[in-house]
Design a protein. Structure first.
Length: 455
RNA sequence: GCGACCGUAGCUCAGGGGUAGAGCACCUGGUUGUGGUCCAGGAUGUCGCGGGUUCAAAUCCCGUCGGUCGCCCCA
């Protein structure tokens, strides 16, 4: 069968990763993994696809149309590529039952799939960093997962002027909606409406608000309060007082505020009761991380979901965590100029590029030398072209950004190898037997600027 | 699922019924033992794919596959 052209393109919304793309992805994953491990989280993994029904437990039948689901040829079991990691995590936690030590701190970096129309910041396959803290009910746990997220972003060069954690709380939001006139049994609809507030034209918003018991005055008040974002340095009690909300509705936020302050995170945070993120699922704190200007989609989203593990058949336990995707994050880093070699992003630079003058002695030594230097732990490259023009080989070395070129030429007769520092142009004559040690000594000086993933 | 715009050389794009173009990148030479700069020369296309209109289609029309950006949704 001849290959038709469209089959030779990546499927819609899927990405190819060339070396420079992998360098970016590894840069993100390095920062994620480092932040998680420093905060005491352990990495887990799970299957790329699960039983289709697993994904219905948390999200209902409506999720199915947004999944890539399938049956094995000839089989009748429904599977689906995972659209999120949380069900797998909850299944894993539930399967340990009461033997799971609490608290348990887990993270994962899965690729996730969803059958949606791709658009800016949303693709059909992406990597998402998931961090979950199981078994800890207090605000210190909420603060800790926020701290992990911020630590990773800081590791990528983003500061408090670049990103903002917008924090809300189910209790505070419910108090707010009650004060605006929403009755308790329409609360879920009200959350849904608030979540769409910025995307719905004002007149449509007013019409829908009326349907859940909000009069014009209530809508106006809701709109004003929900649009109001305050620095996290504002005490939640003050907000409750100003907005005439019950003080107990913000008690969790007040406790969280203290924990954030201990960690120096208040400059990164703000209170934003307009964040609801499907509050039917979250049970307490809810937050999203956005770029400070709010021009991109959310970089991360998380919160507290104490009913999760029980929902998946495990013991009841408190839980909080978040997910952070690679797509929006990379867009922001690119826009901020944080994806260049100065920030540790790039394909690995060769330590040495071996250049042969082409004479017999050089050709005989060429491959054994490359092998011994590689065995010594060096990143070694050389030309594969037939021509042994020294100038062309140096050009190739330069194109690969090699740190040193070693030139095998007539000096070999005296056991001498010429080593050229490609950035300074300086050349040294090094005895053949000393070469590996000499290079390692000189390369140690470059260690600080070498990506940390390299040995 | 709905809508808008886009698809031409490896890359970024110009050309909008009449011979397929530019810049960058690439290759060769100047320079068979010294790179990034420079100079000269060279190669490169089913104009995404399929169909239609026309004497003639990269160009106009329909469909399709991709891409981008909005909606829906965002677990």
């Amino acid at each position: 069968m001849a290959a038709s052209k469209h089959v030779l393109q990546a499927p819609k919304g899927m990405r190819d990763f060339f070396p420079e793309d992998m360098a970016i992805r590894q840069h993100l994953e390095r920062a994620w993994r480092s932040a998680a491990v420093r905060h005491g989280f352990e990495e887990i993994g799970g299957p790329t696809f699960e039983h289709l029904d697993l994904f219905k437990i948390k999200s209902g039948e409506g999720i199915v149309s947004e999944l890539f689901s399938f049956q094995r040829s000839g089989g009748d079991t429904d599977y689906a590529l995972r659209p999120e990691f949380t069900p797998t995590l909850a299944r894993m936690a539930a399967s340990k039952g009461r033997s799971l030590p609490l608290p348990t701190k887990w993270f994962a970096i899965p690729d996730l799939f969803r059958a949606e129309r791709p658009q800016r910041g949303r693709l059909r396959e992406h990597r998402q960093w998931n961090v979950d803290l199981l078994g800890a009910p207090g605000p210190d746990a909420d603060a800790e997962v926020i701290a992990v997220a911020i630590a990773a972003l800081r590791g990528l060069g983003l500061g408090s002027s670049d990103v903002r954690v917008r924090i809300s709380h189910r209790g505070a939001a419910a108090g707010l909606l009650s004060a605006c006139g929403v009755v308790d049994d329409r609360m879920a609809d009200a959350f849904s409406l608030v979540d769409r507030r910025e995307k719905v034209p004002p007149d449509v918003f007013a019409t829908q608000a009326a349907a859940i018991g909000l009069d014009a005055q209530g809508v106006a008040r809701l709109d004003q309060i929900a649009a109001c974002r305050l620095p996290a340095t504002t005490p939640p009690a003050t907000i409750a007082e100003q907005q005439r909300l019950p003080v107990e509705s913000v008690s969790d936020l007040a406790a969280l505020s203290l924990e954030l302050d201990k960690r120096g995170l208040l400059p990164f945070c703000e209170w934003d009761l307009g964040i609801v993120r499907g509050l039917a699922y979250y049970t307490g704190t809810v937050w999203e991380i956005h770029d400070a200007e709010g021009v991109f989609r959310a970089i991360a989203g998380g919160g507290r979901y104490d009913g999760l593990v029980e929902l998946f058949g495990g013991p009841s336990m408190p839980a909080c965590g978040f997910g952070m995707g690679d797509v929006v994050l990379a867009l922001l880093l690119e826009e901020r100029g944080l994806l260049d070699p100065a920030h540790g992003v790039g394909t690995p630079r060769p330590d040495v590029f071996i250049v042969s003058s082409g004479d017999d002695k050089a050709e005989a030594l060429f491959t054994p030398l490359a092998t011994s230097l590689r065995d010594a732990g060096l990143h070694v490259r050389h030309t594969f072209k037939a021509g042994r023009n020294v100038g062309k080989q140096l050009k190739e070395a330069s194109g690969h950004h090699a740190r040193f070129a070693i030139i095998l030429g007539e000096e070999l007769a005296n056991g001498i190898i010429v080593v050229k520092d490609m950035s300074s142009g300086e050349q040294a004559k090094v005895p053949h037997g000393d070469l590996a040690a000499w290079l390692q000594r000189r390369l140690a000086g470059h260690a600080a600027e070498r990506p940390s993933c390299e040995p």
